[in-house]
Structures are given as structure tokens and as C-alpha cells.
Unconditional design. Structure first.
Lengths: 235, 235
DNA sequence: TTTTCAGCTTGACACAAGTCATTGGATGCC
DNA sequence: GGCATCCAATGACTTGTGTCAAGCTGAAAA
């Protein structure tokens, strides 16, 4: 493993998929000069709920979860982040402390872009700030949909929906069935918004019904049509 | 009632509180020329979930609810909108159809700003687009908090929280106790994310415990500290 | 090998909260 | 007036889902 510590943005493998593909060359060079790239081990925390933000993080490689911790200490995962995505912008833009904790789901490589630079570029680059608005709108849309489902759908449907969501976010392995992320049952439950035991029980049911296959933390989606039907997503 | 049909933005009573207070004079004049102001009766729909957006709406006067309708037809209220707020920007920015329906909670006066003009101004006016990002970030933060609470808090706490939220949004009448909006029990339930009967039952409990007073659709908040304690919001 | 421990699984149980059904009040309309 | 309609309130009942507790498993350590 020889990940360069500060790879150039111009060669970044995510430069066409990330928000910065909209930035102009000049700004890209500025970011390149100021950014700091670091490696994080699985389980390591990138930033903590309650801390003050000093910049944004751009995922070069890896997978991250963003989670709130409720009053009783149980965590609620609010977003899954992948390579090419940025995180930490919400706190920066609203000028408040982080409302979520970012934890690496696997070994990850993440670039840090200082607050002032990011905000300056955002002010000067209209297409970049438009892209930022698009991202925010899209996240907001997803969040509102999740609110409706949490309020109205039973756990079983939400679990099926969550499996589909994980697939959409992180994709499948080469076999075309296995989710390419390893989550604990507790993390799945915290994504669905239910108790760990309920998540486990329903996963077993799904397995018994032939919808999925379980092997440790590996989850294979077998009967996609049935999963979609269970999630109650026909459109 | 003699509300002018197209009041000038320069004299709009909300011009210092709305997002457009950040817009420069020149842009304001353009908006003034292009906007169309309309009156809506209580219960009237301003736009429908699923429809394509042609612009943004700026509330001049009145109160609006934004709601998703779930698969089973039950509605989930995702936002309460007041004078000075804008709505419909999310669909416009992400270039998708409306994901929510906007309904007037009381007689309202609303300005419509055409899509192209709004997007153009947003592109050219950095401080306006920055303000737009701040609004989106703040809405996203609220939505994520709501997700955590829906997943983790019991209905009783969420109802207390909702009463506080309504107070924060629409304020109180002169007496300093009565919520200055009239919502049906069903609407309150759809805001909390619960069944109408549950909301009614818990409101009765709150009343019995001396926290609130009920008189038809009027809700008076009496024991604020106790409501806050019930909502489990200490910070 | 055995020990240890964290995470997974299952069962038993309780209860919060949803659904269904009925009644009581308003309010508006003919 | 009476009738219809909508909403609020309450009771009775059911059930989904959380909690507690007890095994189980597999991996890592000793």
C-alpha cells in the first residue's frame, strides 16, 4: 500500500465525480496547495459532534458514516459518505458546531480543505456554489423522505429500503450480489432507526424468505424484486 | 381587506428578514418587475407534490404547511413556512419535481418569482447564493435532528417538542401563551409523526398535568419549564 | 489447546402506540 | 327547527417493536 500523502487534485481519481469537477483550474490549484491529505484507520473518528469546524473533508478513498448520538447515547446514522463526496460543509456553512460525528467504516484517505479557502472559493466561483446548492438540496430531499418513512413505515419496510440504499450508495462486489461494505448489525439498526435485535430478527426473516443471504457481515441481495416490493418502492 | 396585488419589494414588510435582504438593489428591481403576487384562501394548495416547479414562492403574509403524502395517503408535515420565508427552492435547485405539497394554513399572500430570473440572480449574486446555502444547511440540520428524534424518542416527548417548535416558528399571541396558529389535531399528529388519536390523548394528558390549556383549536402553553422538560431538551 | 470477549442470535415478555368503533360537540346548510 | 358533516374525545382492543436475559459463535489471545 503506497498511497501518496498529498496526491495532486489534478490527478485525483475522483476529480470528475466530486463537487470540485465544477471548480475552475485556478481554484483547483489553490486547493491543491492548501489541502492536507490524511489516512484514517477503520473505526477512527474524523470529527466529533459538538466540535468547531475548521474546513471541509473530501473523501479520496474509503467509506465514512455520519451519525448523531441521541440523548440516551444511541447513535442514529444520518448519512453514508463515499469517495468523491465531501462532508463537514453543513456546519461550515451555517457557522455552527458539528451536529454529527464522522467515523471511518474502513481504512480511508481523506483530504482536508481549510475553511477560509473553501468559503472564499465558494464566494467567487458561481458554478461551484451552484453545485453546492444542488448537493444540499438533494440531501435535504433525502432527509425529508426519510422523515416520512420513519413516521409512517414499519421497521420491516424500512430495513428493506435501507438495504437498497446501501446498495445505491456503495454498490455491489464483482459477484453482483454482495454489498461492498461490512456493517455490524448494530450499525444497520442505527441506519434503519430501530433496535439491534429487531434488525437481526428481520434480516433472519429476509434470509428465510430467500430474499438475502447472510455470511458474517456479508450480505448478498438475491431476490431484488422481492426486496423492492418489501420496501414498498414501486416507482 | 385591501392587500395590493403586486406590492413593491422595496416596501415589502419582510424585506429585512427574507433572503432577499441580501440581494442588491438592481436585482431587487428585476424581481419586482417579474414577480406575481397572489392571495390564497385557507386550505388552498399553492403547489402539488409531483408537479414541475416554475419558480420560487416568497411568503408575503400568512402561514403555509409543506407536506409529503405517504404511500398509504397519510400526510407528513415536513416544514412550516411563515412570512419572509421562501419555498419551492429545493425542487428548483435540484431540478426535480416538487416532493411536497404546499397548503395555506390561513389566508395568505404569496409572491411568485419565475425560475429563470431566480436562478440567474443566484448565479450572479454571491451573497444571495451564500444566504441560500445557509438556509439549506439550516434546514438540513433541522431535518437530521428530526430523523434522530423520530427514531429514538417516544411520542410524548416528540409532541412536547412539536409544541415548542410551533411556538418558535409562529410565535405566541399577545397574551404570551396562546400559539398563534390554528392547527387541527390531525395536523398536529402529522407534524409529530403519529396517529391523530395518540396526539389527542397526549394533549389531554398535558392539559390534565397543567402544562397546557385547550380551547377548540387554541392551545395555550402554561407551564413552559415542564413542557421543555417533557420534550427532553435541556440545552 | 483453552480462555476470553465482543458481537450475533433467539426467546420471553411488556408496553407504547396504532386501529377500530362510538359518542359528543360544534358549525353550517336546507 | 332538524339534518348533515366534520372534528374532537374516549374506550376497547390488538400488535409491532423495544427491552431484558440467556445462549451461541467465532476470532483473537494466552
Amino acid at each position: 500500500m503506497s498511497i501518496p500523502l498529498n496526491p495532486s487534485c489534478q490527478n485525483c481519481k475522483d476529480r470528475f465525480s466530486s463537487i470540485f469537477c465544477k471548480a475552475d483550474q485556478n481554484n483547483l490549484e489553490q486547493i491543491d496547495a492548501a489541502k492536507v491529505c490524511s489516512s484514517y484507520k477503520k473505526g477512527q473518528v474524523i470529527f466529533h459532534e459538538g466540535a468547531y469546524p475548521f474546513g471541509v473533508y473530501c473523501i479520496n478513498d474509503g467509506k465514512i458514516k455520519l451519525s448523531h448520538s441521541g440523548d440516551d447515547g444511541r447513535e442514529q446514522i444520518v448519512r453514508l459518505v463515499k469517495a468523491g463526496d465531501i462532508m463537514g460543509y453543513k456546519a461550515l456553512l451555517s457557522n455552527e458546531r458539528y451536529t454529527a460525528t464522522a467515523t471511518a467504516l474502513e481504512d480511508s484517505s481523506i483530504c482536508f480543505i481549510p475553511k477560509d479557502l473553501f468559503l472564499n472559493i465558494l464566494q467567487s466561483d458561481a458554478s461551484l456554489s451552484f453545485e453546492m446548492m444542488r448537493i444540499l438540496s438533494s440531501e435535504l430531499r433525502k432527509a425529508e423522505l426519510k422523515i416520512t418513512h420513519l413516521a409512517q413505515k414499519p421497521v420491516r419496510e424500512r430495513l428493506a429500503e435501507t438495504l437498497l440504499f446501501i446498495k445505491e450508495t456503495y454498490g455491489l462486489e464483482e459477484d453482483g450480489h454482495t454489498l461492498s461494505v461490512r456493517l455490524s448489525r448494530e450499525e444497520i439498526a442505527n441506519l434503519v432507526g430501530t433496535a439491534t435485535e429487531s434488525a437481526i430478527r428481520l434480516l433472519s426473516e429476509f434470509k428465510k424468505d430467500g430474499m438475502i443471504e447472510l455470511e458474517g457481515k456479508k450480505i448478498r441481495l438475491l431476490d431484488m424484486p422481492e426486496i423492492i416490493r418489501t420496501a414498498n418502492l414501486h416507482d
